[in-house]
Design a protein around this ligand. Structure first.
Ligand code: HDE
Length: 486
């Protein structure tokens, strides 16, 4: 859409006579309040900013498509994953987690990897990260965790003491912290990183048979990372480096692509697997549950307008299509509430009707009114249900698959606490050079911590994951690990 060589108007469409001079009494006289155009411009300007996302504020987006390579209908009735060759339009938003809207792209931080599939059955949002795991495994700890990632309420500075105090007192974070402090903590570009759904989800096929599923997006460019030195230089010289790289690549037709794979776990195996498969701080061994290729995601169109499409995009893990359902993962359960709540606050009650969020299929329901109801608001159609006027009706075939629940209702922890094996496995998978870089990143990150007990507690956690890992960190921090732990 272009407004080239058009008449300038107010937002009410009335033609503007003069956009250079305010209306005053004589050239030196006071400005007249009747200068409606002046007042409208200043007042709208004051209201241009909507609240940034409370996490994942800095991001970049692109349009593209998802194409099915292998039909998944044996596992799920979700049409987006059925029929080889089928293409579904998508919109993706990549992001950092902790930084504000104007912060640098090339920081050590997980990256958001949020995909909106505009499927023929409504939108499906797969809102993941570039890491298959997360720092915590209960939503109740998320606000506290993010507080430590943001600015100290007194100094307004980042606070490594808070970061490591929380992490060292939350050993479930060890696996993701090891991942973050390793080479993948700073991707070379958004195009050279993988994406993961992270959580375990449920797929249900047309016969009502369910399986557990984990998603993996593997970049076709291969994973490439950025060194601390290059990252620090770019953070100063070009803080929007990843944003610019993505835009320019698509602009010149160098379309980035990812293959989507899934891991499938038969429903009953969740009860006997050697750890809680709904614990998002853990990965499922690919030996136990090998990757199955599903399709290919290609990004081939830049946004026309950043605010309209990227800033106003609203993703929620609760936006699922028939055949995709939640698992009991406590983090996923918490997110199902939190995201739409965040959207109602940040963008507005009718955020789903905005062009970037609107499904490509009809929306027929009885929700009415609310701020910025810029569509027909249902016109004169029936506005309640049940009704005798042929209004939209439910169809039981789309009910969620019933599942057994049991247990005493209480605030209860996970029943397994092995926070160390997989963190240690990850460290032992690294080659010698990456081990050294990871240890150096952890030591440098912990050096400004003001309390020795925090450093010691953190070093002991790493030691429990792998003795060599903990020893090297303790040495770098000039700490002696207590004999009794060895
Ligand atoms: Fe988020 N997260 N999150 N998160 N998250 C948000 O939604 C939240 C978590 C992720 O590009 C917020 O619109 C809770 C895991 C991405 O617009 C908010 C918990 C994973 C994005 C929110 C988590 C993510 C967000 C902030 C703990 C990876 C950006 C503004 C249960 C699997 C999406 C907003 C975009 C954004 C809540 C943890 C990824 C506040 C409560 C785990 C990619 O709703």
């Amino acid at each position: 859409m272009t407004n080239k060589n058009k008449q300038l108007t107010t937002s009410h469409g009335t033609p503007v006579g003069d956009n250079q001079n305010s209306m005053t009494a004589g050239s030196r006289g006071p400005t007249l309040i009747q200068d409606f155009h002046l007042i409208e411009k200043l007042a709208h300007f004051n209201r241009e900013r909507v609240p940034e996302r409370v996490v994942h504020a800095k991001g970049a987006g692109a349009h593209g498509y998802f194409e099915v390579i292998n039909d998944m209908s044996q596992y799920t009735k979700a049409k987006v994953f059925n029929s080889v060759g089928k293409r579904t339009p998508i919109f993706i938003r990549f992001s950092t987690v902790a930084g504000e809207l104007g912060s640098a792209d090339t920081v050590r931080d997980p990256r958001g990897f949020a995909v909106k599939f505009y499927t023929e059955e409504g939108n499906y949002d797969l809102v993941g990260n570039n890491t298959p795991i997360f720092f915590i495994r209960d939503a109740i700890k998320f606000p506290d965790f993010i507080h430590t990632q943001k600015r100290d309420p007194q100094t307004h500075l980042k606070n490594p003491t808070a970061v490591w105090d929380f992490w060292s007192l939350s050993p479930e974070s060890l696996h993701q912290v090891t991942y973050l402090m390793g080479d993948r903590g700073i991707p070379a570009t958004f195009r050279h990183m993988n994406g993961y759904g992270s959580h375990t989800f449920k797929w249900v096929n047309a016969e009502g048979k369910a399986v557990w599923v984990k998603y993996h997006f593997k970049t076709e460019l291969g994973v490439k990372n950025m060194t601390n030195e290059v990252a620090a230089k770019l953070a100063g010289e070009n803080p929007d480096y990843h944003t610019e790289d993505l835009f320019n690549a698509i602009e010149k037709g160098d379309f980035p692509a990812w293959k989507l794979y899934v891991q499938i776990m038969p429903l009953e195996e969740a009860d006997t697997y050697h750890f809680d498969p709904f614990d998002v701080t853990k990965i499922w061994s690919h030996k136990d549950y090998p990757l199955i290729e599903v399709g290919r995601m290609v990004l081939n169109r830049n946004p026309e307008n950043y605010f309209a499409e990227v800033e106003q995009a609203t993703f929620s893990p609760g936006t699922m299509v028939p055949g995709v359902e939640a698992s009991p993962d406590k983090m996923l359960q918490g997110r199902i509430f939190a995201y739409s709540d965040a959207h109602r606050y940040r963008v507005g009650a009718n955020h789903a009707a905005l062009p970037i969020n609107r499904p490509k299929v009809e929306v027929n329901n009885y929700q009415r009114d609310g701020q910025l109801r810029f569509d027909s608001n249902g016109g004169g159609s029936v506005y309640y249900e049940p009704n005798s006027f042929g209004g939209p009706k439910e169809a039981h075939e789309f009910k969620q698959a019933p599942f057994q629940v049991s247990g005493v209702a209480e605030q209860v922890a996970y029943d397994q606490d092995d926070h160390y094996t997989q963190a240690g496995d990850l460290y032992r998978l690294m080659d010698e050079r990456e081990k050294a870089r990871t240890v150096e990143n952890i030591v440098n990150s912990m050096k400004p911590v003001t309390k020795k007990e925090i450093k010691l507690r953190a070093a002991l956690n790493f030691y429990k994951a792998d003795a060599d890992f903990g020893e090297r960190i303790a040495k770098g921090l000039v700490l002696a690990l207590p004999q009794e732990v060895k």
